[in-house]
Design a protein around this ligand. Structure first.
Ligand code: MV4
Length: 505
């Protein structure tokens, strides 16, 4: 095992990786920008090195500065987390050239999956079902004949894209001349590669992905699926494992295909094979060559520490786990708690965390990147932390998530917490009837109203109960449980300050 690892990231994932290192007896080096001088990942790491000013392009994306920090501290390996340079094949190559270990797949595997049409070709060769589609398109005529062959509508995608950026739905051939031109320009600007291609547009799919682990000895396993359909503008909001749509037979088939996909690109490490699932059929979408935000739900239902396995295989050790016929054990849900106002278009919210109480108790995990007095800025991804629960089945996991969301109190910034509470009570979600269009179908979930009222009612109830206790008194009886702080936007403590029992005569 490594003696010391540098974590080239920030926030909750940097903390998560540091914890895995500590659990393996590996020393850690954090890197930080000026905005993160007092951030949790800096506070929990063995040592920390400043890498530049707040903007990511001048800090967390500075490959040479980060590699230099590894050399200076004697770290033998670099863990990139997710985002930033996690799927940058050039960075992975540079790290290796510098005599360090990149904790992730070989650069060639990252590059193979980064080019979406090349990835589709390799997947077809490996027997992986892909969505009917085209090669990279040179002109409108090619695009039209591809659409005629595949069937309309089609989805125009960037070859160097992924994650939904720059996609366009094309209803009919007549829309192509303008759309193709615009898409090429946009792809060129976003990815430095103007090439685009089309796929048959699936109207109402689920996003289901398979977690894989591979070691350098040729062992490749899968750890079942995650359902990630509940998202907004390609940002996932809620994930779970298992998927309500997947039974043991489908899991085995998707798992088998995901393992074949990983083998086809010589994969080593933790990776995710994404599929779209519709009408009983599943199709390869893309492969994410990193640890993912939602990895904890898989950890809960398998008992495997995915980050520890990443460290093991990067150090040349074999995987410490074998596929288990009992997986998945129970059910796990994750809610992403981000500093965004769900009732105002998920507008990023900044400010100082004035109060933070994280949930605990049976089956609850909080992976966070904030502490009290921490300043949430607008320089980086708004994810503040993740609330993950595990219970015997999906119904109990939903109840547990509801309980944990009520225990969570973040004051100082607006967060997505009240949105998640609303989803936990929404009948279609409770029935597992979800797809990538879930939010589109439930616009009420992101409409304002209710949240402040709940917080106020809870504060009033709590104040009254306290008052009654003091007087040994009578009168009102309120079940505070049913009025618990429902993701208050103002904050319980603020309401408690404002309300006195004598005002409520
Ligand atoms: C699709 C699709 C329908 N048909 N491809 C969005 C993210 C990117 N990874 C691919 N995405 C999609 N590709 C075809 N041929 C629908 C989506 C899609 C989606 C996929 C996963 C999760 C959420 C999504 C939300 C909207 C659209």
């Amino acid at each position: 095992m490594f003696d010391k690892v540098l974590i080239a990231n920030r926030g909750e994932i940097a903390v998560r990786v540091i914890r895995a290192c500590q659990d393996l007896g590996v020393r850690t080096v954090a890197v930080y920008s000026d905005a993160d001088r007092l951030s949790p990942h800096v506070l929990v790491a063995g040592e920390a090195i400043r890498i530049g000013p707040a903007p990511a392009t001048e800090s967390y994306l500075q490959a040479d500065v980060i590699i230099e920090a590894a050399h200076r501290t004697g770290a033998q390996a670099i863990h990139p987390g997710y985002g930033f340079m996690a799927e940058n094949a050039e960075f992975a190559r540079l790290v290796e050239e510098e005599g360090l270990v990149f904790i992730g797949p070989p650069a060639a595997a990252i590059a193979a999956m980064g080019d979406k049409t090349a990835a589709r070709r390799r997947m077809i060769d490996a027997g992986v079902p892909v969505i009917p589609g085209s090669e990279s398109l040179d002109d409108v005529a090619q695009a039209v004949s591809a659409g005629d062959r595949i069937g309309w509508p089609v989805l125009l995608k960037a070859v160097a894209g992924g994650g939904g950026k720059g996609m366009r739905v094309i209803e009919a051939a007549g829309d192509l001349p303008r759309a193709l031109e615009a898409a090429r320009r946009e792809a060129g600007q976003s990815f430095g590669d103007p090439r685009v291609y089309v796929e048959k547009y699936l109207l109402d799919p689920r996003h289901i992905e398979i977690q894989v682990l591979a070691d350098s000895k040729g062992c490749v396993i899968h750890l079942g699926e995650r359902e990630c359909s509940i998202q907004r503008r390609h940002q996932k909001l809620i994930e779970e494992s298992p998927s309500p749509a997947v039974d043991a037979d489908l899991r085995a088939r998707m798992g088998h295909v995901a393992v074949a996909a990983a083998r086809a690109v010589g994969y080593v490490g933790a990776g995710t094979v994404e599929f779209l699932y519709q009408d009983g059929e599943f199709f390869f979408l893309e492969m994410n060559t990193r640890i993912q935000v939602e990895h904890p739900v898989t950890e809960f239902v398998t008992g495997v520490d995915l980050v520890q396995e990443q460290l093991r295989v990067a150090a040349g050790e074999p995987l410490s786990v074998q596929p288990n016929a009992d997986w998945p054990v129970g059910h796990s849900l994750e809610c992403r708690i981000s500093g965004e106002d769900p009732f105002h278009g998920f507008l990023p919210s900044s400010g100082r965390i004035t109060s933070l109480q994280v949930p605990c108790g049976p089956g609850v995990r909080w992976d966070g990147g904030i502490v009290e007095h921490f300043d949430v800025g607008l320089h980086y991804d708004p994810l503040l932390g993740k609330l993950i629960v595990h219970a015997a089945d999906r119904d109990q996991a939903i109840l547990r998530m509801r309980r944990a969301l009520r225990e969570l109190q973040i004051e100082g910034v607006r967060t997505t917490q009240p949105f998640h509470l609303a989803v936990m009570d929404e009948p279609d979600f409770r029935a597992g009837d979800i797809s990538v269009r879930y939010l589109e179908r439930h616009p009420g979930l992101v409409e304002s109203g209710g949240a402040d009222w709940h917080a106020r009612a809870a504060a009033v109830a709590a104040t009254l109960l306290e008052h009654r206790g003091r007087r040994g008194g009578s009168g009102i009886s309120v079940d505070v449980g049913t009025l618990a702080p429902a993701g208050s936007q103002v904050g319980m403590s603020e309401w408690r300050r404002r309300f006195r029992p004598e005002d409520l005569a």
